[in-house]
Design a protein around this ligand. Structure first.
Ligand SMILES: [Zn+2]
Length: 257
């Protein structure tokens, strides 16, 4: 029986569902479309620079939450220092993951153009599931996407990441402070941020920044209580952490539970 990289990660997946294969492997059509590796042009890493991220699909690498976190921390340190290695951004990598994926982590963050997860963690193709909404506001569809990463791909780490000077949070705080009406579907964003707004309102200091951090913590708590994620967390197969990204320094500060 053919065992896909995903199957190797969890033995019980060997007889996995057709649905799982369709989502993660891409189906027979995707497999047939993979060109021969030997015919690909050699777009290698720069000379003398080792790829710090082992290609999980090729070698069956199965990092746990601690190792996944370590790799994200190291990637962020490179971003902060201006020493990006751009791992897994080659044609060879694209071909390697075309038939399957084992992302290190799911990053649930804001839509802000200044906070692209693959860049701030110096990662590449096939490394991250990325879910982005305004101010990392959660709903059933979003939570289902995070569940998918953890349950179907056994992604060991979920990072909920807010960021400094979040425009969406600032917009919501202004609207709620002033009692102003907001147009169209922005109402849903403001409503989703109300619990964080209420939690942060009595706190000393910058109201927007406190709301950003409260929103991150509350969203991470929601995910920890998710009926599908909670058992995986209990088995130490998945960890959910909050994080705060500084626009000024590029540094990601993890907010461990
Ligand atoms: Zn934002």
């Amino acid at each position: 029986m053919h065992v896909s990289p995903t199957d190797r990660r969890r033995p019980e997946n060997v007889a996995g569902s057709a649905t799982r294969r369709r989502f993660l492997v891409g189906g027979a059509g995707a497999l047939a479309a993979v060109p021969l590796l030997g015919t690909a042009p050699a777009f290698a890493q720069p000379r003398g620079v080792a790829d710090p991220a082992r290609p999980p699909v090729l070698d069956g690498d199965t990092p746990g939450p601690d190792e996944a976190m370590r790799r994200l921390v190291e990637g962020n340190e490179r971003w902060v220092a201006g020493e990006l290695l751009h791992p897994h951004q080659t044609v060879a990598r694209r071909l390697a993951v075309a038939a399957g994926q084992l992302p290190l982590a799911t990053v649930f963050s804001c839509i802000d153009s200044r906070v692209p997860p693959e860049i701030v963690f110096d990662r590449g193709v096939g490394d991250l599931f990325v879910v982005r909404t305004a101010a990392q506001t959660n709903d059933d569809l979003i939570q289902g996407a995070v569940e998918y990463g953890a349950e179907e791909a056994v992604t060991p780490l979920v990072v909920v990441m807010g960021h400094q000077r979040c425009g969406a949070v600032s917009f919501a705080v202004d609207a709620l402070n002033d009692g102003t009406e907001v147009p169209a579907h922005l109402v849903a964003v403001v409503e989703a941020l109300k619990p964080a707004y209420e939690a942060a309102k009595p706190l000393p200091g910058d109201q927007v920044d406190n709301t950003i951090r409260a929103q991150t913590c509350l969203t991470a708590d929601q995910l920890r209580e998710d009926p599908l994620l909670a058992p995986l967390i209990g088995e130490h197969r998945v960890r959910v952490v909050g994080a705060y990204y500084s626009l000024d320094t590029g540094c990601v500060e993890f907010m461990l539970p």
